[in-house]
Design a protein around this ligand. Structure first.
Ligand SMILES: [Fe+2]
Length: 300
């Protein structure tokens, strides 16, 4: 034992530890699923995944922070939540749009609800991670999106592992990462309606490194919305944001594009995602269940 010497754990997200970053980067890119088929796992009974199914699901999440599952079940809210519990996901984020069980039914609402509007319309949603307006104690680390009924047309999701975005940005210039890790990099102004503050202003970093005792993990807090977002007003932040936006505007290697079919869902460590606009036929409206969690998927 080396008395008097402390060993630093290698941290790939430490900008001063290039060796750790290189080793992690190589492994990460090598293991990435390349096709939707590789990302998808069939689950026979969503409520009771078998050991083999559970292992296959976890394997995808370990490789790219997300998995696409397919099961025959469509409209069963309890089963969706119990499926999440198999992955240690218990602490639901009860956002204003959520129902009593913690699930949100994502569908077009004739009447708007306070808080968060765009998900409940048929409009496109730009790249974002969930809960970017939440305070750190309500950070969304994982979410599940389960499709009951797709739209008649459109509603395709794009998905991107934040680690791939991190790699592209750090390779371009590590100063971009430093700027986006600043605690005041991105501010979401307060949400005020009819003079009532529904949510206070929330400043925070875009990239954060969090450690729950299992080693450093990357967390991304981002929205491509241009309205109602205040970026830190300095040259480095502006350069980093410009680069980040340019990367997301071109189809980045590792981006998955998929229109969820009935019984399909996405389980992920809050990866970047977007949604295309859609249109419904009356009597067969698009319906997705969404659950957001404050913990990461266990063992990933
Ligand atoms: Fe979302």
């Amino acid at each position: 034992m080396d008395a008097g010497r402390t060993h630093r754990q290698p941290n790939p997200f430490d900008l001063d530890d290039d060796a750790a970053y290189r080793a992690w980067r190589e492994r990460r890119l090598e293991r990435a699923p390349r096709t939707l088929d590789d990302l998808c796992v069939e689950v026979r009974d969503l409520e009771h995944p078998t050991t083999a199914e559970h292992g296959a699901l976890l394997d995808r999440v370990r490789r790219t922070n997300m998995v696409l599952y397919h099961c025959s079940l469509t409209e069963n809210r309890g089963a969706v939540l119990r499926f999440a519990e198999h992955f240690g996901l218990m602490r639901l984020d009860r956002n204003p749009g959520a129902d009593d069980d913690g699930l949100s039914a994502i569908r077009v609402l004739a009447q708007r609800r306070p808080g968060e509007f765009i998900p409940y319309t048929d409009r496109a949603i730009r790249w974002h991670t969930d809960g970017y307006y939440n305070p750190p104690e309500r950070r969304v680390r994982a979410f599940l999106l389960h499709c009951v009924r797709p739209a008649t047309q459109g509603g395709t999701n794009r998905l991107l592992d934040p680690e791939l975005l991190y790699i592209r940005l750090r390779d371009a210039d590590p100063a971009h990462i430093a700027a986006l890790m600043h605690p005041e990099a991105m501010t979401v102004p307060a949400h005020v309606e009819k003079g009532v503050e529904l949510r206070p202003a929330q400043a925070g970093p875009v990239f954060a490194v969090l450690d729950d005792g299992f080693g450093p993990r990357l967390h991304l807090r981002y929205t491509a919305r241009t309205r109602s977002i205040a970026w830190r007003n300095d040259t480095r932040t502006r350069a980093a944001v410009t680069r980040l936006e340019a990367l997301l505007d071109t189809p980045l290697d590792g981006t998955f594009e998929h229109r969820l079919a009935p019984g399909e869902g996405i389980l992920c460590n809050n990866v970047l995602h977007s949604r295309g606009a859609f249109s419904d036929t009356s009597g067969s409206e698009r319906l997705l269940y969404r659950a957001r969690f404050h913990e990461r998927i266990a063992n990933t």
